[in-house]
Ligand binder design. Sequence first.
Ligand code: UDP
Length: 478
Amino acid sequence: MVAGELPALDDVEVGSLPPERLLEVVAEEDREALRRGLQSAPALFAGRTVWNVNSTAQGGGVAEMLQSLVPYARGAGIDTRWVVIQGEPEFFAVTKRIHNNLHGAPGDGGELDAGARAVYDEVTAVNAARLRERIAPGDIVLLHDPQTAGLVRPLIGACATVIWRCHVGVDRPNELVRRAWDFLRPDVSAADAVIFSTRTFVWDGLDEERVHIIAPSIDPFAPKNYDLDRDAVSGILAAAGIEDNEAPGGAKFRRADGDAATLTHRAAMVESSRVTPKTPLVVQVSRWDRLKDPFGVMRGFIDHVVPHVSSHLMLAGPATAEVTDDPEGARVFEELRATWEAQEPDCRSRIHLATLPMDDVEENAVIVNALQRRAQVVVQKSLAEGFGLTVAEAMWKARPVVASALGGICDQVEDGVSGLLVDPADLPAFGAAVSRLFRDHDAAERMGEQAQARVRHEFLGSRHLLQYLELMAALIAG
Ligand code: UDP
């Protein structure tokens, strides 16, 4: 497809939500700052629009956060929009390569050469021209991730204040990481501010004064995280076809706007036995991506958990056709299915692969919510991780987690206190940590409680909104 034939920019309609409700859940000591921030917002942003720009309306952590941060900002009286850029498969192949390289991985093994540059620039030019028609001088543009970095210079040229946010990174950069930095740096350096999720991700060669650290966050009221009692969890998992149970809770859930809804789509299961209410469960939820290491989770589970505890493992992720900016998902899932099929029947019967319906984002979210609450242990054994929203989500639900000791995960989990951290290459250690949480119920419960308290103070949307507000106020004043 010629880039000029790309469809129009996609405006994601997310409505507005009252940010005041966050006052009900934030830690006591954080309440006053939130109150003051909300009071100051309308005057500060009068006459300006804040644009969030990314490359997918669903699937992955960025979309997840925008689903609630944008409505809260609107509810705070800030004219905030969310626009999704368009691309074609070649463009997303290049941007996924950059994404993998920024994590130190080769991805499809392709180069970031003049050919990649031409593909990237051609699509970027079309999106830039379309955005420039809509953005007014004085507006603030928050661009997310490598897919949007090329927009920095054209939008600065339109007299907007431009912030680029990088949601990915590694603690120890290799040559692949550096070449991705080199590819993006001319664009990124031009931004008024650059945000990273954690200090270790900051690139070489950026103006330190423009660099800011803001950790991601979750929304406690979203379908992904709102409180579900045991019956509701059973009802949702039965309706989604994930667990066989009597389902007294039915298939009801609550949408982000408060409306009641009924779950209608089912997960596609790859399994040779069914999960029942008695089945102890280890769960990992993530996109079908090698860097989430579903293969390593399966191997570690078979070799180092199965011999010690009676748990089953469930690997859950999105229906692969629906995440448009992630061309590798379907391939990874098929490989995983083949790996599962190659296992001994006894092991196979203890492992379940669930692709969750994406027809309705909120329905997908509430299924993830129920699964995380249903799990005795939640794992996130990524080989690289920008932040790992799934970790914060599980912690908020007071689940004991076993997660990789890298990236933003180390900011979330204090090892041995609010969860367990492991070296993702050390499968015996991974298995031992999971088994320990099954054996030592008191420790598991204590870690779950600590985990929830930590998220309450550090990783709710209120803290995130206030940090954006402060940064934008400083840029406007400057
Ligand atoms: N997620 C989801 N449905 C799925 C798989 C993942 O809603 O089937 C969500 C998950 O709950 C989390 C986000 O996608 O909110 C993934 O964010 P994370 O930071 O963990 O990883 P990313 O995908 O951004 O690398």
